[in-house]
Design a protein around this ligand. Structure first.
Ligand code: PXP
Length: 238
């Protein structure tokens, strides 16, 4: 199965915001990522707009020609933005305020009442809904009960353990992904994926529909250039 590479461009906005002005140009960077082979663009607007700003997302809506994935915590402001932009996919993430980066998936059982109406509203606007979850069967089953279209497996713990014990690192992901597949959920993955660990993830879970990668890819682009880097990531997914 083909696994799509969605490039998370938040870090490009972080660099721009460090100086003010418009260098690097986030909109051009998204278009260039697509030109260089990215099959999707991901953004993660946070309430403090410290990287991607709401206004960037509105502008990106006009230019992104591959799959547009907006991820984040479903606050009212976030949902208004997503319903305005109507991306192909919205990935809901249980970010606590002020976290540096996403650090856990949903408890889809405890949060059922909160999520159910949100998921319905997004889907009725033609937006595919993915829920960010840890590789834990009961939360994946919860995603199915909520009628989500996909799960995004939070790969932080895989990446963490990968260097010391990659077989143990991948095991819960293989089990969870197979379970999600039997439930008819599509499987995405993301967080801390990089040129070292991506191919191992892909080989073990070949039916992964999409990976979304930001930090490592943008860091690699400093050394290899954006075009080469995207090609290198695409090769890991072959
Ligand atoms: N998926 C989610 C839900 C995220 O919050 C992030 C980080 O913004 C990613 C994927 C991408 O993680 P990374 O930047 O480590 O590639």
């Amino acid at each position: 199965m083909h696994t799509r590479l969605s490039v998370n461009i938040n870090k490009i906005a972080t660099l721009r915001n460090a100086r003010g002005g418009n260098i690097p140009d986030v909109i051009k960077a998204a278009q260039d990522c697509e030109r260089f082979g990215a099959e999707g663009i991901t953004v993660h607007p946070r309430p403090d707009e410290r990287h991607i700003r709401y206004d960037d997302v509105l502008q990106l809506k006009e230019v992104v020609s591959t799959e547009f994935n907006i991820e984040g915590y479903p606050s009212k402001e976030f949902l208004d933005l997503v319903l305005d932009v109507k991306p192909e996919q919205c990935t809901l993430v249980p970010d606590a305020e002020n976290v540096i980066t996403s650090n856990q998936g949903w408890d889809t059982i405890k949060q059922k009442d909160f999520l159910i109406g949100i998921i319905e509203q997004l889907q009725s606007n033609g937006i595919r809904v993915s829920l960010f979850v840890d590789p834990i069967e009961q939360f994946i089953e919860g995603a199915k009960i909520l009628n989500a279209d996909c799960i995004e497996l939070y790969t932080g713990s895989f990446a963490h353990i990968y260097n010391t014990d990659k077989h143990n690192a991948i095991e819960p992901y293989i089990q969870s992904a197979k379970y999600a597949q039997t439930l008819g959920l599509s499987i995405n993955a993301g967080h801390d994926l990089n040129l070292d660990n991506l191919n191992f993830f892909k080989i073990n879970i070949p039916f992964t529909a999409e990976v979304s990668i930001g930090h490592a890819l943008i860091c690699d682009a400093l050394y290899y250039g954006l075009e080469n880097t995207i090609q290198m990531y695409l090769r890991q997914l072959k």
